[in-house]
Design a protein around this ligand. Structure first.
Ligand code: NAP
Length: 378
């Protein structure tokens, strides 16, 4: 069992802070949570696309976890808007999925259901080691995720989230509180879904100064631009994205660049140790991009992509013309992030930026990091 870890501003691994050269805050913290013995007790707040996929993965990969770390994941509580299901003996994924499908809320579980119990109260009441915060995003207030995360930190639970809201609304507050309390906080899935770009920066680029980051980080905008290149109007492309379940009914957060800006705030604050907020970002979305502009770019071997940029001094989001053979010129819903470094050149990570299992897979990898920190490899 390790008793001390060094980590950057909530990102990265348990090795010496990988982001120090870039100015990220470094804190050597004592792990204060109780040691785990045979199981890591987990609370999942949010039983939507990511929450369900994550619970499925936790069950499916338990024998792998046991053989590598000597422990199993035990889901002791799950909550949605209707309340919670709680069992210290552990809940069953398939049982809970059935209840959710048939009765719309996990709180309708005939034995373990706790109708109307709020997420923060679940955290306070239930004996657990790790909170998965997988509820809806509100980047203005950070709620309900912010209250869930703060309650978990207060109680000494380690926290893993895919929810951008709390980190965009209150980055420094959350990170500093977690560091003060000796809590491991992981949020790799908030930026780029399956891409794990935060982990790449913290682990693979450990000790390497990061100079600039450019990212295509919004699948919906990229899908719309790609379809417009193929001849659809913006309205037709958005409608198609909505029919495929890629775009929200109101796609403005994506189309107007806000979602990309949120991800760039989290990236910049983590990598460069800043305290940027959304108001600090110069944002221009793709709403006014025309088919003529795309055709004109194509005739010169270029494409238009919505690019987030940061060098630690500023953050911007805007549609830009880039060469068709640029690694950032991805198609459909793919994401790509390019990292310009001092000595390692320019590196690019690309892949699915969203999707239930794609995102849950990243959340699970954060969990494996925490399991390793709590139990060590065996
Ligand atoms: N889906 C992706 O590809 C993806 C990728 C990266 C990041 N994310 C982020 O991951 C999070 C989850 O995404 P998702 O796709 O799973 O969303 P989702 O399908 O809309 O699920 C959200 C879940 O949160 C629950 N919830 C909402 N308010 C709650 C509250 N006050 N207390 C307890 N539960 C509450 C909802 O309950 P009900 O079921 O009762 O409505 C639902 O189960 C979001 O923050 C999202 O931005 C998602």
């Amino acid at each position: 069992m390790r008793d001390a870890l060094t980590l950057g501003a909530g990102s990265g691994g348990c090795a010496p802070n990988p982001l120090a050269f870039s100015g990220a805050r470094v804190a050597t913290i004592e792990l204060k949570a109780r040691p785990v013995e045979t199981s890591i007790k987990c609370i999942i707040l949010g039983f939507g696309n990511v929450g369900r996929s994550l619970f499925d993965l936790l069950e499916e990969r338990n024998s792998w976890l046991k053989s590598n770390f000597g422990v199993e994941a035990k889901v002791v509580a799950v909550a949605d808007r209707g309340g919670a299901a709680i069992s210290q003996e552990g809940l069953s994924f398939h049982e809970l999925l059935k209840v959710k499908h048939e009765r719309r809320t996990v709180a309708a579980h005939p034995v373990h259901g706790e109708p109307k119990l709020k997420g923060s109260d679940v955290v306070k009441l239930v004996d657990a080691d790790v909170l998965f915060e997988l509820t809806v995003t509100d980047v203005a207030t950070g709620e309900p995720g912010l209250s869930h995360i703060l309650a978990a930190i207060d109680k000494g639970l380690h926290v893993i989230t895919s929810n951008k809201g709390p980190l965009v609304a209150a980055f420094s507050k959350v990170i500093e509180k977690a560091q003060r309390r000796g809590i491991l906080l992981r949020y790799t899935a908030t930026v780029g879904g399956a891409l794990r770009v935060l982990r790449y920066l913290s682990s693979c680029l450990a000790g390497e100064p990061i100079l600039e980051i450019h990212g295509v980080l919004n699948g919906t905008s990229n899908y719309v631009l790609t379809k417009m290149e193929e001849g659809l109007t913006m309205e037709e492309a958005i409608k198609q994205a909505q029919q495929m379940g890629i775009a929200e009914e109101d796609p403005s957060l994506d189309i107007d660049g806000i979602d990309t800006a949120c991800k760039m705030v989290i990236l910049a604050n983590t990598v460069f140790g800043n305290s940027f907020s959304l108001g600090d970002v110069e944002i221009k979305g793709i709403r006014h991009i025309t088919s003529e502009q795309l055709s004109s770019a194509a005739s010169q071997g270029q494409a238009i992509r919505l690019i987030g940029f940061t060098d630690g001094e500023k953050i911007s989001v805007s549609p830009q013309r880039i060469p068709r053979n640029s690694p950032l010129c991805v198609y459909g819903t793919l994401n790509a992030v390019s990292m310009k470094t001092e000595k390692a050149g320019e590196l690019v990570v690309t892949g699915p930026g969203a999707g239930p299992y794609e995102t849950a897979s990243t959340v699970y990898s954060d969990f494996v990091e925490i399991a390793e920190a709590l139990c060590g490899g065996r």
